[in-house]
Design a protein around this ligand. Sequence first.
Ligand code: URA
Length: 238
Amino acid sequence: MSEQRLQKIISAAGLASRRAAEGMLSAGRVTVNGVPVALGQSADAEKDDIRLDGVPVKPIRSHTYIMLNKPRGYVTTLSDEKGRRTVAELVKGAGVRLYPVGRLDLNTEGLLIMTDDGELANCLMHPSHEVDKVYRAEVSGAEPKRAAAQLGALRELEGRAIAPARVSVTESGGARFTLEITIHEGRNRQVRKMCAAAGLKVHRLVRVAEGPLTLGALPSGKWRALTAAELASLRGAV
Ligand code: URA
């Protein structure tokens, strides 16, 4: 980044309006590389150590937010010590290092949010904010309606209380049927463990929605940037 007027840098960092920043400069509250500066001077926000009242002024970086349709067989990590394929490989084209928000286990597919905004990621993963996650599970091993009722009635998993899930049958006919399961907790392999507790075999598990975001027709292995409206509603959800 090239040199810019300091009042512009301070206001772009979200610390004050440009006029208020001018007042701060006139009052001698701003230093560049340890030297007090006056109104009218410029600096490089990337290279120079700019401080207001001794506190570093950092430019607001714009973050990247995407959704990936994670395929089966990919690990939700940035690098895997066992050399398995990772979600990081699938989002290389985004051009920045993106961290998964939560995780989908190796054989679970579907919607995975990835971002370099640690603050939003932490908010989304924090138990007090956990947003609804909707899974489509192709299962067998019980009568569909009874399986849905049994899953919806589960209050404990491995000796620990769980919040009730919302469960409905979306497709049935043969031995295999599809359940839509909505949970807001994020325990390790929670849906698979719930299905096992109800005597169900899981053939396929896909996360189709998280909070206000839906996977839609995004092909497996592909990603897309979140729209401004999606990002705003995601922020609203936490
Ligand atoms: N529940 C699971 O069992 N697996 C996931 O990846 C996510 C939720």
